[in-house]
Design a protein around this ligand. Sequence first.
Ligand code: DSN
Length: 478
Amino acid sequence: MTDALISSAYSQALEVIASVEPRIADATRAELADQRSSLKLIASENYASPAVLLTMGTWLSDKYAEGTVGHRFYAGCQNVDTVESLAAEHARELFGAEYAYAQPHSGIDANLVAFWSILAHRVEGPWLEEAGAKNVNDLTEADWERLRNELGNQRLLGMSLDAGGHLTHGFRPNISGKMFHQQQYGTDPETGLLDYDVVRARAKEFKPLVLVAGYSAYPRRVNFAKMREIADEVGATLMVDMAHFAGLVAGKVFTGDENPVPHAHVVTTTTHKSLRGPRGGMVLATEEYAPSVDRGCPMVLGGPLSHVMAAKAVALAEARRPEFATYAKQVADNAQSLAEGFLSRGAKLVTGGTDNHLVLLDVTGFGLTGRQAESALLDAGVVTNRNSVPGDPNGAWYTSGIRFGTPALTTRGFGQDEFDRVAELVVDVLSRTQPGTTKTGGPSKATYVTEDGVADRTKAASAEMLDKFPLYPGLELS
Ligand code: DSN
């Protein structure tokens, strides 16, 4: 696609939008300007290609298609069937999965589909046999009542939020912490690393139905072969949430024991993080779990977003190209450089470094909370998010950490030198920021004061780098 074509497509689309609600066209333009001019370091964000973005803006959005390919609750779904089949085909080929389900609207939805499918597979099977039923339609209301009670008694073991797990891995305020009896495994208090012997001991004691592996803020690789061994020892289903690192799996940075697909029964992901696709989710599974995953809609999902499934197919096709593997390797190399940049300037990192796409900086060494650091960095045009660190003394709201990720700026073309410079800029801002005081004169966890001139100096230094690596080069809106 030529730059002129893309520029004209977007300019005209915005004109059409402006003719109905100009404020939406303005906000869309402003978002492009903001994204172009800030250092986007949020580990879960990226920049999808124009082809992926354009695919979402079509009439595929107008079709209802509840059900699955070839088995819909609405007539006229032939084109949606094509779209969904292609998304699933690309996903299977890219990840070497036996089965792929492209409907989930988000990562949380993908995890819900996985939970219900595991419950259905693990509980309904024996139940059907015991009740002498061929399929779930043969179960009586009394059977369902027993089934509901049984479902309420299932156990899930996942990584704790402060160790880097996700809220859908059994965290109490999330439905996963309510529909399951949950326990959590953490990381070693000294090293911050996963200790598989501790996970094994916890699993043996708790005997979970579902063992969840995967993370959203753990800066290290996981040995999924070991996690599968543990799951097998206790008869659990291994579910891996690879939302954060799906791009590193797709790009063959994580192979062998670090690739969850050959080891897990069910793998969930989002498509918009390191995978660089549209905002959405996906489930991969073994053949054994496929029939129950396939019931995701209408079990826990509303009608599929056909335009987004189409964009998933386009993004997955992009991820199958050799350039994507080069990108994924650069994401990991850049994270190394960022981590080394922090360490060489005296900053403290959770686990002492990284070997994936993210870095978790402990900001207590700067005398700040995560909230203060996040806000001070934002003032300087550096977009990050605050994050708990293991055993966080400041809790989940203020936190003591800042999470950085390399996928987005790597898409723009940043390399290791630029990420070293990013570390320099971040350390400069944080070391020139002091906590504010509360009304009673004590140290505040929220307010802060940054030395005059630092924010502007940082923005100017960032702009120099960002100008060298423009976002959507050639895209000019008229
Ligand atoms: N919001 C995603 C993240 O930032 O990690 C996960 O839900």
